[in-house]
Design a protein around this ligand. Structure first.
Ligand SMILES: Cc1cc2nc3c(=O)[nH]c(=O)nc-3n(C[C@H](O)[C@H](O)[C@H](O)COP(=O)(O)OP(=O)(O)OC[C@H]3O[C@@H](n4cnc5c(N)ncnc54)[C@H](O)[C@@H]3O)c2cc1C
Length: 417
């Protein structure tokens, strides 16, 4: 195998690096940040992504980090369940239930699998050439805590740049742009693409020590608003929320803002918010790639994860699809097929999931009380009258199997009541 450069050490880039390295590629990851520490929040890793992680030997380590979930489902702002299911039902259907964990734990598990010196921190990619696989990058600080840098042999000698940075370049057979939703590489390769669009909601995420409600994970829907609570291992609660407001808000005490919006919702939401630290509340406007890309590659460069198909968080599939991308890419590259085979394997699936996620987002944005009541009634009735159909709605997403694994027969249908 040849040399691969991965741009970005998020979940997508790290998974790609592990998967490629396992197949014998000489991998270098460039990350502009000074550390691998991700935002302090939780993450849902669904059955499809766990199967992908199994192919790189990380799946079981992640399953072990799971907290007991027991009951799970969707509730109203007053606490009444619209849909209630169990961890056992999800596991029976898809072979795995969703694992809820701290983002940092997944990042740690992935980076521990990389050869020392693979990741070069404080290093920003400035330019890529899709024809030659040439990558120009600039380093502005210590690249890594320890270990040799595999790329250093191939890079031109570091030159002083502007007094603080060093600009260098190297060539690779494969360049993986896992540089996130605002991907500069995507913008350079597809200049006609409109880029990310505001999805109409802003989001909050927070981890609350000691707040986990053992055996219960839920997402509650109100008028234009969503609040989710997930128990993580070690008694942590991962909470997230969205509200349909114009982009660009924020600043000030975001815990106070959450208490204003959700302080009269059902237990344990107000108590959780009351015990949260304001400095641990993350707020981000949600953007997505509403217009699909025409391809996920150009020449020797492939786009992966949010760079290729950023989606709203409603299906909890953004990172899961990045993980799928990574193992499919390593498989395709290992067969000698070119980047076009990667586009063929991934574009249609991810485009469909981006669109489905956006339509759930639209439903959660409804503010009109009558529309909200109708929505809630439709959700409840669908699960009551056609539970098998409702439970199977995610089969195509969660029942995915990695390319090297033989496809499993469809899961047995739950009998209708
Ligand atoms: C509120 C919320 C909740 C979510 N919950 C879930 C969930 O439960 N489950 C799930 O599967 N997904 C979830 N997601 C989606 C998930 O967070 C993303 O899809 C995922 O993190 C994308 O990973 P990535 O590696 O593609 O990009 P990123 O994590 O954005 O990583 C990109 C990296 O590239 C680096 N970079 C950028 N440009 C350069 C450059 N020029 N040179 C070097 N480095 C560069 C950046 O510093 C960054 O580290 C959620 C998203 C939100 C907003």
């Amino acid at each position: 195998m040849g040399r691969a450069v991965v741009i970005g050490a998020g979940i997508g880039g790290l998974t790609a690096a592990v998967a490629l390295q396992r197949r014998g590629w000489d991998v270098t990851v460039f990350e502009r940040a000074a550390s691998l520490e991700p935002v302090g929040s939780g993450l849902a890793v669904a059955a499809n992504a766990l199967k992908a992680l199994d192919t790189i030997g990380v799946g079981d380590e992640i399953r072990e980090l799971s907290a007991i979930q027991g009951e799970a489902g969707i509730r109203r702002a007053d606490g009444r369940w619209l849909v209630k299911t169990t961890e056992e039902a999800a596991s029976a259907r898809h072979g795995d239930s969703v694992v809820l964990l701290r983002r940092a734990d997944l990042v740690d598990a992935l980076s521990a699998r990389l050869e020392p010196g693979t990741v070069r921190l404080n290093t920003t990619v400035k330019e890529v050439d899709p024809e030659t696989g040439g990558v120009i990058f600039e380093t502005r600080g210590p690249e890594t805590a320890s270990g040799p840098h595999p790329a250093a042999d191939h890079a031109t000698a570091p030159e002083p740049h502007d007094g603080t940075g060093r600009e260098s370049q190297l060539e690779a057979e494969l360049v993986v742009a896992a540089d996130g939703i605002h991907s500069p590489v995507r913008a350079a390769l597809f200049p006609g693409h409109p880029g990310p669009r505001y999805a109409g909601v802003t989001s909050w995420r927070l981890l609350i020590p000691g707040g986990g409600v053992p055996g219960q994970a839920f997402e509650s829907w109100g008028e234009g608003k969503v609040f989710g609570v997930m128990p993580l291992a070690g008694g942590l609660a991962y909470c997230y929320a969205t509200d349909a407001v114009p982009a660009g808000g924020g600043g000030g005490d975001q815990r106070a803002e959450l208490l204003r919006l959700f302080g009269d919702w059902h237990a344990p939401i107000p108590a959780l918010l009351a015990s949260a630290s304001p400095e641990n509340v993350l707020r981000n406007d949600v953007h997505h790639l509403a217009t699909p890309l025409p391809a996920m590659h150009r020449g020797k460069v492939v786009l992966l994860g949010d760079a290729a198909h950023a989606m709203t968080p409603n299906m909890g599939q953004g990172a899961c699809q990045a993980i799928e991308d990574a193992v499919v890419l390593a498989h395709v590259a290992g067969t000698g097929a070119g980047p076009a085979a990667y586009t063929a394997a991934r574009l249609e699936r991810t485009t469909g999931i981006v669109a489905r996620s956006a339509s759930i987002c639209r439903v959660t944005r409804l503010r009109n009380p009558l529309a909200v009541r109708l929505r809630d009634a439709v959700v409840t009735l669908t699960w009551r009258l056609a539970p098998a159909r409702a439970a199977g709605a995610m089969d195509d997403v969660l029942g995915w199997t990695p390319p090297s694994t033989p496809a499993k027969p469809p899961a047995p249908q739950t009998p209708t009541s």
